[in-house]
Design a protein around this ligand. Structure first.
Ligand SMILES: Nc1ncnc2c1ncn2[C@@H]1O[C@H](COP(=O)(O)OP(=O)(O)OP(=O)(O)O)[C@@H](O)[C@H]1O
Length: 332
């Protein structure tokens, strides 16, 4: 890969969990209460090339959104670094960090929840570029009109409010808002999940057109394996806060290496092709408050060996461009 546009290294996020009254009392009496630190993301390494689409999949709660929010500058990492175009964000002065953060924008799942219902579309799209000095206020209306055209909305509707649009149009407004500050990188967090299948296809096509026209790079978070398979150059599979497999999408879907990836993809054909969401895999996902020692997947893994419960496998290159975190690769 040429120098990546974005590279995260050892990225981790821990949330302090406040114990409730009963738990505090129980702990005072000597009862064991789950640790109060939640390990949402642990030691993630990921480099994304300019113009690439990396899909990020995994069961609910595995840390996808938390990783995406750290990348987009909405959450501060507990550990690890984020490099933007080769520079560690921590080494930049505040103005430089701010500029880099503007280059990475997020598109959320639920446009109704993420758009302020009291603002007109012109203000929703036009506010940030004016506030950040990218567009003079007197040119804001023309900039908004151009953004609306870019995402397939009629600029004649810029005085309307979000509730006056359909779900798909609202998502286009959300995309226009993200694009208004001229980003290079979009983190899409379940950005088509709330839409009907036919509208999903339109929005996915829009993302792909924008990728070409604006030379955008994407981290595309989704539950939907079909969507990820369709649009991603590479796919990363996350489990309990860690990336367990990362590979070119066609190769990963044809022959997953990690037992968790295999379990996810084996289940996929059983659900409807329209919504290829995950069916449950044998066993419970362990709590991120108390992640298992060794490989995080070993309690559910059909191939677990004694070593798997003791030693955490690193994510390593098991074939050209194919990365997997599984001790089984040492036994082949
Ligand atoms: N602000 C927060 N405070 C405490 N815990 C949090 C916070 N945000 C997320 N978590 C916890 O971190 C873990 C990872 O959550 P995250 O939302 O990143 O997962 P996800 O894979 O995106 O799940 P989903 O697909 O359901 O959105 C979960 O256990 C979640 O409850």
């Amino acid at each position: 890969m040429t120098r990546p546009i974005l590279a995260v290294s050892g990225l981790s996020k821990r949330f302090e969990r406040k114990l409730d009254v009963v738990e505090r009392f129980a702990r005072r009496l000597g009862a064991s209460v789950d640790d109060s630190v939640l390990h949402a993301v642990s030691g993630v390494d990921l480099a994304v090339a300019e113009g690439e689409v990396v899909g990020l999949v995994g069961e609910s709660g595995c840390g996808k959104s938390t990783l995406g929010r750290m990348v987009a500058g909405l959450l501060t990492p507990s550990d690890g670094s984020i490099q933007w175009r080769g520079t560690d964000l921590r080494d930049l002065p505040p103005a430089g960090r701010h500029e880099a953060n503007l280059k990475i924008q997020m598109v959320f799942q639920d446009p109704m929840a993420s758009l302020n219902p009291r603002l007109r579309v012109a203000d929703i799209i036009g506010e940030a570029p004016v506030v950040h000095g990218l567009v003079p206020r007197r040119e804001a209306a023309e900039a908004v009109a151009e953004m609306m055209r870019t995402v397939g909305l009629d600029p004649g509707y810029m005085r309307r409010y979000p509730h006056q649009f359909s779900g798909g149009q609202r998502q286009r407004i959300g995309i226009a808002r993200a694009l208004a500050v001229k980003p290079d990188f979009l983190v899409c967090d379940e950005s088509v999940a709330a839409l009907d299948v036919s509208i999903q296809a339109q929005i996915i096509n829009l993302f792909m057109r924008l990728r070409e026209e604006l030379r955008l790079t994407y981290l595309f978070i989704s539950h939907d394996l079909g969507v990820v398979q369709h649009i991603s150059d590479r796919t990363a599979i996350m489990y309990l806060g860690r990336i367990v497999e990362l590979a070119p999408t066609p190769e990963l879907f044809a022959a997953p290496n990690h037992p968790y990836a295999r379990a996810l993809l084996d289940e996929a054909p059983r659900v409807t092709l329209e919504k290829r969401r995950f069916a449950p895999i044998r066993g419970e996902i362990p709590s991120p408050l108390n992640p298992p020692a060794g490989c995080p997947f070993h309690p559910r893994c059909p191939h677990a060996m004694p070593r798997c419960s003791q030693e955490r496998p690193d994510l390593r290159e098991v074939a050209p461009a194919r990365w997997s975190a599984c001790h089984l690769n040492d036994t082949l």
